[in-house]
Design a protein around this ligand. Sequence first.
Ligand code: GLC
Ligand code: CA
Length: 553
Amino acid sequence: MLQQAPMMQNKASWWQTATAYQIYPRSFCDSNGDGIGDIPGIISKLDHLRDLGIGFVWLSPVFASPMADNGYDISDYRDIAPEFGTLADMDQLIAEARARGIGIVMDLVVNHTSDEHAWFQDARASRSSTFRDFYVWRDPAPDGGYPNDLQSHFGGPAWTLDEATGQYYLHLFDRKQPDLNWENPEVRKAVYEMMNWWFDRGIAGFRMDVIDLIAKEVDRGITADGPRLHDYLQEMHRETLAGRDVVTVGEAWSANLGNALLYSGRNRGELSMVFQFSHITAFLDPVHGKWKARPVDLRQLKGILNAWQKALAEDGWNSLFWSNHDLPRAVSTYGDDGEGRIASAKMLATVLHLMRGTPYIYQGEEIGMTNMTFDDISQFNDVEIRNNFTLQQDLGLSAAEFLAGANANGRDNARTPMQWTAGEAAGFTTGTPWLAVNPNHTEINVAADRANPKGIFEHYRKLARLRSDLPIISFGDYNAFAEDHPAVFAYARTLGPDRLAVVANFTGEQVAFDVPEGLAIAGRSLIASDAPRSGLSGRILLAPYEAFAILKD
Ligand code: GLC
Ligand code: CA
């Protein structure tokens, strides 16, 4: 018997039962043949998202931008980049998505602006500019050098000297991305006004770019998780979010089990959920970070994901994801992008989407798109890859090792164009794509996958449907099993009298699995990557990458 309504103290929110989908607009669909994805292109594909059962789209930035970081460097928050379209296109996207039950969530990039933003242009014109204090300026060190040794996340010093005014400005990312000074109340006011302007146009929420970095104390070397962070987020909530039924998801690389509830606690008045990266950072090389790829250890991965399920069990809310526009392709990293591609893609989806939290599908994941092999450093577009190429060699990686690392973990893996068809340029554009299309589009594409009843799209569609139909998936308690098993991911969910068991083989080998007491169940198959199963007990044999869920009768 299924519970009709979740047993919760507070009313459930729409984004707790929704499945999210991230669009990287540059690479999604090009409507006019210039090789760059755009908003009319997205509108033309909204039915694909409706069919998948998506509740909201996180749209990576489409604002006016010189594109030093492909839109994460905004020069005007109230306009759309011409290559993506116009404000009228954006209004149309919001309306047409809404008509299909899909909310549009925009990307709020307010840790920094572009150096071409009018605020920065004015700020750098003179030390007495009214906008000078919108940014973070420091005098040179006595020897004329950097004010301190803060480093940019893209590599190299976080300071650039503005020769005309003789001071350095801070940029935690590229030099074309100067950091805003959140200590200045005028900055905060300008951001809140801009947010309200967009809410009034009908967007469903914001994804907040590197939001844990806004409250820094530069002179003490503090950049992430600064002392005033939660004051700012609460102020933002009061000034923009309060009273609106919207979703907010904060990107926070520094979030940990200890502070996650500060962002997403139900009564904190901050964000709906935190988008944190513990399951990614655990596998970074201590010296070379992602540029020296390390294999993922399943036990460790499970330990992390299980711990987060536990930490946000009573309060707060998880974002669930394998991939995004900054990460490599899920199936290449955690599954098998060769022979076991379809099976492992379905397995990964099953494990993630039946957890508690809001799942995010990154574009192309729903058809099992893979990493691409770049043969030469010149083929990459990403500013992070280009900046690190020489820096990592200074740290001791050879050029070939760096290329291997960038192929395994570089951001361009996620940014190759969406593969719609087997045809020319994968049906992404009629022109020349801005970044090469993966040659495997002849085999891996939306048309082929959707035509396969046992395909990956169909599997994701079912998962989204189950989530919106069964409260146990969104709200049930989570219990991990077989935590030390080197090959199997297993957990149970419970809500009132309902029970759900999930079992997945993370390897390409057949595995014998002794079902732990407490996980055994008999009922009906909810979803299966292979043959459906209705019972779970004793010793079972799992096919390579097999995953399934059973709901107790
Ligand atoms: C976030 C974005 C990333 C961007 C960076 C700077 O991490 O996801 O794509 O480069 O912030 O805005
Ligand atoms: Ca275009």
